[in-house]
Design a protein around this ligand. Structure first.
Ligand code: NAD
Length: 316
């Protein structure tokens, strides 16, 4: 039975990943950790340890104390925040990963580390970006993800570390808020649509980007981590594809449920980041190697998001 540590566990992905891992392995087998101090930790989050991944000594001590065998290393700075603080993003995204990889090397840990479609840049294929297409990003975040992927591959090839990675697209969820990415609009729009029936989008109407509903992202993660090692043929981030849509298409789909929804557009700095990313990715390697298949399409994702959020939002 694995003993799991999740870093950055209070974020958008970690919240749902911890819950999914605990369903499979049991509550006590999954230690959630994050830099944030929780004075009154809710039961669903326990066991929880406050941990800064940049503190390698504390990270290693926790891994030894809890006899950790697998780390899902999620702590990072995301794309939009990364552009505001590029060197801080580089430090957290790279040094945090080095700390985890280095301990994995000595302690023989299995690692999941998320990459992103941000590895691609404006010079690659816009549509259907291939697994081994040009990765020349123009954002600090993207640069950290390309470098991180190469270091994961290096630690696998040189030291035998079983490290696995996915290039997530923009993720949409109804539990935790998004953490400063370029695709955050695709979550915010649901909340504003339900509360106020209008939304001002920070991207232009036709900005098509690869996206995925969180249940699919969690399933992809668990599927990749449970695949036999010889089936994991790629040790940089796997492309995984589910949806491609623009703000206008998303608003239209939400409008089928909330016909009075009005959407306005006020593009900001994040438009430049979005314009540098592909509109879709080719994920046939993931489909072949570990049988990845998405379940949610745009219509089923929107219906499910609204169903879940309506229970939370009052005055609708
Ligand atoms: N959410 C997406 O759409 C998306 C898409 C592609 C890739 N990813 C990647 O997935 C991972 C998790 O993303 P997310 O959306 O959950 O991010 P998030 O911003 O929601 O969560 C990150 C968490 O890391 C924590 N953290 C920050 N600094 C830390 C430190 N020094 N030590 C420990 N914890 C720290 C934060 O408190 C936060 O809870 C990141 O590597 C991100 O690049 C996310």
């Amino acid at each position: 039975m694995p003993k799991i540590l999740v870093t950055g566990a209070l974020g958008q992905i970690g919240t749902e990943l911890c819950a999914a891992l605990r369903l499979i392995h049991g509550q006590e087998q999954v230690i959630a950790s994050d830099i944030r101090i929780l004075n009154d930790t809710p039961f669903a989050i326990r066991p929880y340890v406050q941990l800064d991944v940049l503190d390698k000594i504390a990270l290693h001590a926790l891994i030894l104390k809890e006899k950790i065998t697998e780390v899902y290393h999620l702590a990072a700075t995301l794309s939009a925040t990364g552009e505001k603080h590029p060197l801080k993003a580089w430090e957290l995204n790279m040094q945090g990963l080095f700390n985890v990889l280095d301990i994995a090397k000595t302690d023989k840990l299995k690692i999941f580390w998320p990459s992103s479609i941000a590895v691609f840049g404006p010079t690659g294929n816009k549509a259907f970006s291939q697994q081994h297409s040009v990765t020349a990003p123009t954002t600090a975040y993207g640069i950290s993800k390309v470098a991180g992927e190469l270091w994961c591959k290096y630690y696998h090839e040189q030291y035998g570390v079983d490290v696995r990675s996915i290039r997530y697209p923009g993720l949409i969820s109804h539990t935790a808020p998004p953490g400063g990415g370029t695709t955050d609009y695709a979550v915010d729009i649901f909340h504003q649509a339900l509360k106020h029936r209008h939304y001002t989008c920070f991207l232009k109407p036709h900005t098509t980007l690869p996206m995925m509903y969180m249940p699919d992202a969690i399933r992809a993660t668990l599927q990749l981590m449970s695949a036999p090692a010889d089936k994991v043929k790629i040790r940089i981030g796997y492309n995984v594809h589910a949806l491609s849509f623009s703000p206008e298409q998303l608003a239209q789909e939400i409008g089928k449920h909330l016909p009075s929804l009005k959407i306005y557009y006020k593009p900001d700095d994040r438009q430049v980041i979005a314009d540098s990313w592909p509109t879709s990715v080719d994920d046939h390697h993931a489909r072949q190697d570990w049988h990845w298949q998405h379940e949610f399409e745009l219509d089923t994702m929107v219906a499910d998001m609204l169903k879940n959020l309506k229970q939370l939002v009052q005055h609708i």
